[in-house]
Design a protein around this ligand. Structure first.
Ligand SMILES: [Zn+2]
Ligand SMILES: [Zn+2]
Length: 373
């Protein structure tokens, strides 16, 4: 049984709704639980409750605007069928699958509704459980308790400040990289692992700026310096204006310094029309050093365009410079991704050197506070 993060009595339990399997646009979903679990099958007027026993399967299919919900024995024998508008299963460890396509285990409450042209399965889970699960997938390589606590605070702040980004679809987050991926439920008996421990030790803590939680960014390695906020609107990215932080904790990371070579002709072709400048002028501007917002913005636009067209393994971050010569362009850079906020490789090294969660967050997010809401 999963060890639940205890929540103090009276505290408001924040919940997170994650839409899953959206990419598969499923018309059939199977659900299995480990123990007998109460299933509620609702139509507009009636609610039926039935226990899904261990070994049985629940098959949910779309039939027009309705659901067809079948209870099956492990042998496949049909026990009972319901028509319903929505089906939900009380909080448990369970396995969800789109037959023949994907099968995953989760912990939480499952709800399945009918969408316009496919099923809409979602998992509802306590925020602290989601924090531990996301931490497990974000920081699999990290063994430093203080670093894990710092990352747990960031994940919790992210969940709290960006819930509802899929409000139109009926959930808070999706299960792709667009949001953050819920790791598979880990079913080790009575195990309090380091991810759950870090979640428990930082329970309810959020990163705030001027008293408000915001969506804090983090990056695998900053390459020696994080970027200052460069949003093109002049408004900060997410309620906090990032400052450039010199970080000498991450020089061993593989993306501390990187370079790649691209055929200039290819580059010019894909840069057509992405900016008011011509591709040749874009390359000339990217040959100049400097991290001022306008240039940092252009670097990000080009990184995203090159990533989509030629692959994400070329321009690895928003801190780079280009050198063109004889048909080829050499791109040299530091760090990974957007390069804003916490440097994960640096935070791991700080933890190794005995720095605390507060030291780590204070270092990468100057001016912020750690608080509870
Ligand atoms: Zn999403
Ligand atoms: Zn760093």
């Amino acid at each position: 049984m999963l060890v639940l993060v205890p929540l103090s009595t009276g505290a408001r339990v924040h919940q997170v709704m994650v839409g899953v399997f959206g990419l598969f646009r499923p018309n059939r979903i199977e659900i299995e639980t480990e123990d007998g679990t109460v299933t509620s099958i609702r139509t507009a007027e009636v609610e039926n409750r039935r226990v899904l026993a261990e070994g049985q399967r629940l098959l949910v299919e779309r039939g027009g605007k309705q659901l067809k919900v079948s209870f099956l024995e492990a042998t496949g024998d049909l026990l009972q069928v319901f028509d319903a508008g929505q089906v939900s299963i009380e909080e448990a460890s369970f396995t969800l699958s789109v037959p023949g396509q994907i099968r995953r285990s989760f912990f939480g409450r499952v709800e399945v509704a009918v969408g316009r042209d496919h099923l809409l399965p979602r998992i509802v889970v306590a925020e602290e459980v989601a924090v531990a699960q996301i931490l497990r997938s974000e920081m699999a390589e990290c063994f430093e308790p203080e670093t894990l606590k710092a990352q747990a605070v960031l994940v919790r702040s992210y969940l709290r400040s960006s819930s509802g980004r899929h409000a139109a679809e009926g959930y808070d987050f999706c299960d792709t990289t667009h949001c953050q991926f819920l790791a598979d439920n880990n079913n080790n008996e009575d195990e309090v692992d380091r991810f759950r421990q870090a979640t428990l030790d930082s329970q309810g803590l959020l990163l705030t700026f001027l008293g408000k939680p915001f969506q804090p960014m983090y990056t695998a390695s900053c390459g020696g310096r994080t970027l200052a906020d460069f949003s093109s609107t002049g408004r900060p990215h997410s309620g906090y204006r990032y400052r450039a932080v010199a970080c000498d904790f991450c020089p061993k990371h593989p993306l501390f310094a990187w370079e790649c070579i691209v055929q200039t002709e290819n580059l010019l072709r894909i840069l057509k029309g992405i900016h008011r400048d011509s591709p040749v002028r874009i390359l000339a501007r990217l040959a100049r050093p400097g991290d001022e917002p306008v240039l940092a913005n252009l670097r990000e636009t080009v990184r995203l365009q090159v990533g989509r067209s030629l692959g994400w393994n070329l321009i690895r971050s928003n801190r780079y410079i280009v050198e063109s010569a004889r048909g080829f362009t050499r791109i040299k850079g530091h760090g990974s991704g957007h390069n804003l906020g916490l440097c994960q490789a640096g935070a791991i090294e700080m933890g190794r050197q005995g720095k605390s969660m507060t030291d780590i967050l204070g270092f990468y997010f100057p001016g912020c506070q750690i608080g509870r809401r």
